[in-house]
Design a binder for this molecule. Structure first.
Ligand code: HEM
Length: 501
């Protein structure tokens, strides 16, 4: 063996050892002896709290600055509105989504608006805000929601129109089906029919559910190398995720292909047709539309599930919603609500916001610190740290909402003098995020939520079964893992048609 080949073998060997050492080091969960990290690593918090968000809420309310650091996750978490303003607006450029987030959701979302920063984000944001801001798109969206309510939701809850029928239903499942149909019709111009009376299984909805649930699981790992190695070897949950994402991609691609083929369809008002007028790249189109499905499906369903969970426990709010709508629509009116009428319903608007304050559909949202910084409360943040603002905890902080923060009290949103709805600072009520990346579907989502809530409340009485299902029997619901708040076990309720006439 000559000198060169010996050197080559030794160098290769050393390199292999180095990479092996790096891989083993990356697999080891980080260590920290502080109480919070020990409790996180041993999961001992689960003996006191149903949900990680409830434990974080407790820790944040104990912290004088409403900010904590979970060292083993390299994660600073805050419920302090001044910090939220700092992260989401003042130093927006220093807190991008970052590569870590893109890696977690990248396989599902690709270069869709949710998953990118910089130019690619700004380009999509500009087109999307033009579209979603336009009157024609909003009225197109509202028509879809109305037709889904009238032709599917109300007949289904009424047991097919059979009078005062009482049925136990899982409201969460129904709202998920409702919002999947609505967002698919709005985004693709395609109707999956999930809310048909037979409650059919939809391959698309199932694949989409699995893909978002399994992607969210990646974010909980203390050592990201674990899921990356599993992905590389195509094992376990990563194998399942790959299959689910493939189905979502194939189905979305076929919708795009069909739309391209059919010249007649391209004139329609759905979002895909509108994006197609500007973008030629089919992969980007697919990614954009998948981001919209994610944005508009589970969020609206979660908002409605949380709303019915809370109003069921507060019958006086239901009565006030009925009184208000009787005044605006007429007591015996059985027709669908108009968009303009919804705008006049201040109490309903307040109740919708109050329920999202306590049960936000997106419980927390993370960014990554690009360059070392100091937050508004003085917390030092090192480069590369994950920084999370936590709307769920914020809604339950005395320092943010006062002593009655745990109560469902829609009146807090109304002016004392004339009962007019008053918007709070988005840095205090950060349910739709805030700043340059604020949710683009906020107004549409609130209108959809109000239209559904009102139609159900006017036509039916409802009562939760076992507090809404085994999972929800405690004071706060137990949530299932996922990107949006989902009640583990659903929200079971008895629904009866009201006898009004
Ligand atoms: C109650 C329902 C909804 C809630 C609570 C909600 C909340 C949010 C939140 C927290 C974000 C920030 C996510 C992040 O950057 O990580 C967001 C972004 C976004 N939302 Fe919503 N959303 C809702 C409904 C909708 C609907 C119905 C649509 C569209 C049809 C929509 C479109 C978007 C889009 C496009 C973004 C990305 C904005 C950007 O990155 O510039 N949302 N939403």
């Amino acid at each position: 063996m000559d000198f060169d080949s010996t050197t080559l073998i030794l160098t290769t060997g050393a390199l292999l050892l180095f990479f092996l050492w790096r891989a083993v080091a990356a697999l080891k969960p980080p260590r920290c002896g502080c109480d919070t990290c020990r409790s996180y690593l041993s999961s001992s918090w689960t003996s006191t709290y149903n949900n990680l968000s409830d434990w974080y809420t407790h820790l944040l309310s104990q912290s004088p600055a409403a900010t904590i650091h979970v060292h083993v996750l390299n994660n600073v978490i805050t419920a302090n509105p001044d910090n939220v303003l700092h992260i989401l607006k003042t130093r927006f450029d220093n807190y991008p989504k970052g590569k870590q987030f893109s890696a977690i959701l990248g396989d599902l979302l690709g270069a869709g608006i949710f998953n990118v920063d910089g130019h690619c984000w700004l380009f999509q944001r500009k087109i999307a805000s033009l579209e979603l801001g336009s009157l024609s798109v909003r009225s197109y969206a509202f028509q879809i929601v109305r037709s889904e309510i009238e032709s599917r939701l109300l007949p289904l809850l009424g047991g097919g129109g059979g009078g005062a029928a009482a049925a136990v239903v899982d409201l969460q499942d129904i709202f998920q089906r409702f919002s999947f149909d609505s967002i698919c019709r709005f985004s693709f111009g395609m109707d999956p029919g999930c809310l048909e009376a037979s409650l059919p299984e939809s391959e698309f909805a199932a694949a989409f559910d699995a893909a978002s649930r399994l992607s969210a699981m990646r974010a909980t790992a203390t050592a990201p190398a674990i899921w990356k190695i599993k992905r590389f070897l195509n094992l376990g949950s990563e194998r399942e995720l790959k299959k689910a994402i493939r189905s979502v991609h194939l189905l979305s691609e076929s919708v795009i292909r069909n739309k391209r083929k059919s010249a007649a369809e391209s004139g329609k008002g759905d979002l895909l047709s509108r994006f197609m007028a500007t973008i030629n790249d089919d992969v980007l189109l697919r990614d954009i539309v998948i981001s919209f499905l994610l944005a508009g499906r589970d969020t609206v369903a979660a908002a409605l599930t949380g709303f019915f969970f809370l109003v069921s426990r507060n019958p006086s709010a239901v009565e006030r919603i009925r009184e208000e709508s009787d005044r605006i629509m007429g007591e015996y009116s059985d027709r669908a609500v108009e968009f303009e009428e919804l705008r006049e319903m201040h109490f309903l608007q307040a109740a919708a916001h109050e329920s999202m304050r306590l049960l936000p559909p997106v419980q927390f949202d993370s960014k990554f610190c690009a360059a070392a910084d100091v937050l508004a409360d003085g917390t030092a943040v090192a480069r590369g740290t994950r920084v999370t603002y936590h709307p769920y905890a914020m809604g339950r902080m005395e320092s943010v909402w006062g002593k009655d923060c745990g109560e469902f009290r829609p009146e807090r949103w109304l002016t004392a003098a004339d009962g007019v709805f008053r918007q709070e600072s988005p840095y205090k009520f950060a349910v739709f995020q805030a700043g340059p990346r604020v949710c683009l579907g906020r107004d549409m989502a609130v209108a959809e939520m109000k239209a559904v809530a009102l139609s159900v409340i006017r036509k039916f009485d409802f009562e939760l079964v076992d507090g809404g299902g085994a999972a929800a029997s405690a004071a706060a619901p137990r949530f299932a893992p996922g990107l949006t708040a989902t009640f583990a076990g659903g929200l079971r309720a008895v629904v009866r048609e009201r006898k009004r006439f």
